[in-house]
Design a binder for this molecule. Sequence first.
Ligand code: PEP
Ligand code: MG
Length: 566
Amino acid sequence: MLKGTAASDGIGIGRVMLIKEHSLEYTPKTVTDTEAELNRFRDAVAAFCDNTAKQAENLRQTAGEKEAEILEGHIQMIDDPYMKGEIEKLISDGKCAETSLEQICDMFIAMFSATEDELTIQRAADLRDIKTGILSILLGIKEVQISSAPKGTVLVANELTPSMTAGINKENIVGIITETGGETSHSAILARALEIPAVLSVIGAATTLSEGDQVIVDGSDGVVITAPDKEQLEHYGKKREAFLTERRELESYRGKKTVCASGEEYELFCNIGKPDDALKATEADGEGVGLFRTEFLFMDRTSLPTENEQFEAYKKAALILKGKPLIIRTLDIGGDKAIPYLGLEEEENPFMGFRAIRYCLKNRELFKAQIKAILRASVFGDIRIMFPLVTTIDEFRAGKALVEEAKSELKATGDRFDENIKVGVMMETSSAAVIADILAKEADFFSIGTNDLTGYTMACDRGNSNVSYLYSPLQPSVLRLIKYIIESAVKNNKPVGMCGEAAANPMMIPLLISFGLTEFSVSAPSVLKVRKNISRWTKKCADDVAARVMSMSSVEEITDYLKTII
Ligand code: PEP
Ligand code: MG
């Protein structure tokens, strides 16, 4: 079994077709007839643009507008007068077209790759693709014809470039395996758009696998089964059928509003951890982002991200969402989320300790830099701020005061921001839940974090298997708190969402509808499932279920009953 990144859901069973990279070696020459060489270069660019436009059109039919635009971007890049001009200057100086193209492309590739911005790094990959395409034309090399791959083909390549992907006939290609590329690379985006299971970053795939080998590509779990036996083929065959049946059914909910059977409308958002995940949220048909866990911007590095780096990240997510809501949670470190370079002291009870808003209020400059970055990004979309781990009204007020301070400083420096930015509370401690009536008067919105709320209420660590039997949001105590939080928000005319895992739990949905939740925020793959589950309930039926559940006294009784009705 080979492991990689799960980049496009589903199961593909088929035979390997290896996409080998051709050697693009040539002997650099000095040219005397520079006019003829310039024409040779221009003809090659014209042929490249022509091919690319055709591939883009093909992609528009098979994958969609957004995917076609990726390829059309290649035409724009090579048509850029500056880049083309620089290449032509070298040719006019007597260098051959191949050398001139390569030198200038390599210079830009090095420049783009040196940044930390993922979009710019992606442009380097695009430019590599363009360079290969034009060099192949200049050298008269024919690319592998992916379009003529037989039925049941699993493509295996080092990297699947957008131009290769454009030739894919989705009736014939059942899986994609590459050695490079992450979840948000163009290969991944295109594979998802074409609904072809894909596992990327499988180290050694192109050398381990041989032409014609039978493999199973599990794009949901990110594994590749090599030389499967009869049992594995049977198991994955069934998994594939179940996946396809569910996908067909769920697809009918795409592009629809999130409504329950009696017509009440809900917002259905996604939880994200990186700016690029906003793309997955929109691809999944999420109506916005209900929780951006910003601590991921602070992890996996050795120093704090600057205000500007954070601004770029929040702006990027806002631009991807094109005006859809983006709730940014301020730094939630401590507990299980360690950031070594902050040098936090070891604590006996880290979950009860110096974390999240408690840490931020004591480290005002760090907190203010984040808030300023969020405020500055707020002109690029519908951004809202949310504070984690609030336990008292004073913490919330102190956080809001810091937002006001940041606003004044930004005004003084002439920076623009949304004056009316909404500031909400993540309801994830029992204390916040019990004073929901007080918090609801001053907060602009609530979002219930059931992951922590359950742990704090049940005094139970989810990671500890000895007490995990207690950890359930369907515990009567947790349900009472959730109900009280929602009712307090509703009474004060404030929106109330849920961004903990419980929001996607089918047993929870009728209860949340009955209590009056207005927004669900779930992981991207759960969006259509939750929309379907919500559509099954009328308010009246949900109220009946909730009334029965709230009269029950134990989690066993509640879950046994709810299992019978979902
Ligand atoms: C929660 O506590 O429910 C939540 C969504 O936040 P996190 O899982 O990041 O603590
Ligand atoms: Mg939490």
